[in-house]
Design a protein around this ligand. Sequence first.
Ligand code: C2E
Ligand code: CA
Ligand code: CA
Length: 708
Amino acid sequence: MSYTFQERSKALALVVDDDASLRVAMEAALQKAGFEVIEAESGREAIALFQAKKPDLILLDVIMPGMDGFQTCSTIRDLPGGKHVQILMVTGLDDTKSTERAFEVGANDFISKPLNWLMLGHRARYMERAGRSYKELIKSQQRLAKTQKLAKLGNWDINLSTGKFHCSFEARRLLGFENASHSLTFEDFLTPIVVQEHHNVKTAINNAVNTRKPFSVNYLIILPDGSQRHILNQGEILPDDTGAAEIMLGAIQDVSELKLAEEEIRLLAFYDGLTGLANRMLFHDRLEQEISKAKRYKQYFALLFLDLDQFKRINDLYGHHIGDLLLKNVSETLQKCVRTSDTASRMSRDESETVIARFGGDEFIILLPDINEPENAAKIANRILHEIPSTYDLDGHDVSITTSIGISVYPADGDKPDILLRHADSAMYHAKDTGRNNYQFYEESLNAVVTERFSIEKDLRKALEQNEFLLYYQPQINLATRKIVGAEALIRWIHPQKGMIPPDKFIPIAEESGIIIDINKWVIQTACQQNKKWEQLGFPPVRIAVNLSGYQLAHQNLIQTIKEALDAANLDPKNLEVEITENILMQEEANSINILNQIKDLKLRIALDDFGTGYSSLSYLTSFPVDVLKIDRSFVMCCTEQKNNLIIIRAIIAMGHSLGMKIVAEGIETEEQLKLMTAYGVDEAQGYYFKPPVSQEDFVKLLEKGTL
Ligand code: C2E
Ligand code: CA
Ligand code: CA
């Protein structure tokens, strides 16, 4: 929408009348009033002249042959530039119909015949002046719109008593409403704001209204095409004469480019120019955030402080250019090392991210959020120590370097940024002192714990090959008959140096490192073979229960393992039972149900182990194909002292029985416990009261007796 207006020294009037003598008289009157005049004798001619000359004022006779004045008027109004020309209609005397019509077709005013020539001059001058101001107004509006467009600035206002809202064309465009046909409401005006900021913006504006103070808010909007725009919205209240708030005037501006520039500045201010890693300032900021998060969620995190060993030597030897290249390469290696942080030990990662920063010179620092155990930090440190010394080819030089790493752990080694950093730093010096190219925890005892853990993991990998595992068997008794009906197979590790290591000490490590898959396979095979041997010795069949712990069932290739083990031993599947804990079932529920159903199809018995300690709920019991509930030892242990445990045990038994399940009580140590369990209708039991887990040789002796 744009009009051009001609500048001329005298205003131009067009006189349209079919009566030549009237035209002459009107021309004279208008010239007297200071106009330059042109004439037309018909509507058609008037239209052509209008287009050619763009007069400021038109005197238009209503009654003319051919095209009459009304038609001519409305045609001119539709022509380019026709909207704003002043049109004075000349009607018959007292012809009210005609005057009404004149306004309908868009005339600005009318005058009746016979004409008073003096009046005509005044009227014409007055109209021309009004027309000129109107043009000025439109011109300045156009200028404003242009400027607003250039400045990406739109204005808006709202009448606070009536709620009537108005905004400029550019404001509509900025908010993505340029194609909307309706006029906008204040609600429309706010809808493009991203949901997260919607409430804040509304509150800011409401506060401004209530307190009569100016406001300024910054927010992100989403346009209909999905793109985003940063908007700065500023406004203030204009009071009316009585001082009561009346309208709010505001301006919105597209500040997206400004934001981009800010982002660039931020990059310069918070990132290391050489490596692109976070700098000291950003790191401090993230560290503080992590501390408050860890405090809130009771999490642990670790700081790894790295210093390249003898970096100065490389700088001296090859020059700073190579030194810089080396730092860049090391930073890439570090990023690679933390990216591939292992998933087995960190199954659920939350939103905080690992931060790597360069602390200047050859010092780097890594924040590892949400680690479960110090071992996880040690693992990353190990990986870095392993990856960094790979020789870098830097501009034709083969350069190799090692690093020393110090680790501090929140909250054990401090709960303030500077303390954690200082302790990681001093641990790093300790690593340098102990020969470089190694890592050290600040807390001395952790070094021992971690070393022990890694040595167990290393030895575990060889234990299967070297035949260091054994199965012990703990008998399970039918409480009604007192007969041995089964046994739980429990693994033992006979370590060549350390002797017997209990499963609680190595099973968690086996689970985390994935070794458990092979261990479970070995247990299943061994239990099947053992059971067959007892059968061949002529004992009545017993059922052996194996524990399948820790690792997602779906990742173990269990079904094939079980099938092959049963086939190889030629064992009846009903003599094999699997014990699974609730926690595993919960991990990948749909997958787990699927696997359990397949186990069920193989005709094995399925027991839910440690029942009552996990997320036990009735709905789980009904959706999993479970045959047996094993009441956890902790309930049985104190059932005689704690009334609450009794209530829970009775509820579990009733629930299990009503679902057609068998109930097994584990960990029975006293006669009193046994009596209670028997009275409550528990079907089977195991525990030290009968027998602890025993070697297979000792179990044969029990089988010979048959009862306990
Ligand atoms: P669990 O499945 O709950 O096994 C029962 C544990 O309770 C066994 O400990 C057993 O020796 C012990 N126990 C039995 N009766 C009593 C009693 O009357 N009082 C007390 N205080 N304890 C009793 P163990 O053999 O040390 O096994 C510990 C855990 O290690 C097992 O808990 C199981 O989760 C895991 N585990 C054992 N063997 C295997 C295995 O072959 N494969 C897998 N994946 N996990 C195993
Ligand atoms: Ca068990
Ligand atoms: Ca158990």
